[in-house]
Design a protein around this ligand. Sequence first.
Ligand code: UDP
Length: 324
Amino acid sequence: MAESILVTGGAGFIGSHIVEDLLEQGKKVFVVDDLSTGRLDNLAAVREHPNLHLIIDTILNWPMMNDTVRQVDRMIHLAAAVGVKKIIEEPVETITTNVRGTEIVLDCCHRHEVPLYVASTSEIYGKAGERLHEEHDRVMGSTTHRRWAYACTKVLDEFLALAYHHEKGLPVIIGRFFNTVGPRQTGKWGMVLPTFVGQALRGEPITVYGSGDQRRSFCHVEDSVRAVLGLMEHEGAYGEVYNIGNEHEITITELAERVKARTGSDSEIVYVPYEEAYGEGFEDMERRQPDISKITAAIGWTPEHSLDDIIDDVIQYHQAAVEV
Ligand code: UDP
């Protein structure tokens, strides 16, 4: 019988790419998604697939989760409130979904002995930024800066997942995504690349926040998905935490210039103060670069897509979406 896997957040940006790959591998896939940031359109190519079971509901529904987890062999837990803008605008929902949701997921997996992958984020390193190794110290801002709520919820998720592993023997793998980008990511929740590409294609100003000297490392969603699925096949990964990202860095100003060049846009690049973009007291980090030596040593994974590949894929996706 085909192995069955539950993907929470399976209608989301990263989730939908994972679901497609799992179906292609012949797996039976259950998706639980409340469509808060996910979209059914993301699953358009596989909606009618006989091995896809789509449940539109929240992971906070414990009876539904318990019943679904009972039916599966493994789980990939991606469902979360994401995006800097959403976190700042809807902190209650962010904290509740990310903390209580993961508590429910871990409880159900423990009851039914289901191994799982838990998605975490580079945001947990906080203001620490350079060649971040998994054991690197975290540097968080004050609780009065709403941005840090997201990082703290994910830190708690990690602690709880590791506690289930150590105390109760639950097989769990944690992956920290670093600025994953690619087709299907929306700019609606503040993510920079889809925002810049959309602005460039529409001929609107490209909005660089702050000085534009802050640097990020962008990883193509196809590379990130390959990392997740590779870790799931590696039993040595249980109880471990891995960075998943691209070590190549670029400043946000350079990113804006690169997007402008590759779209052939006349858009002006404008600088917007953080206060205007996110409100008073916003803190950004200067750098956020992964050290990926741990995952490379474990499963031989390295990213294959260059930044230009990524930008071109995002442009293509946006152009197709505009035509639809
Ligand atoms: N950013 C920007 N313009 C935008 C959206 C974001 O300059 O329209 C900046 C943002 O301030 C940050 C970087 O781009 O320095 C990456 O932002 P994103 O929200 O994509 O990811 P994160 O901050 O989580 O790395």
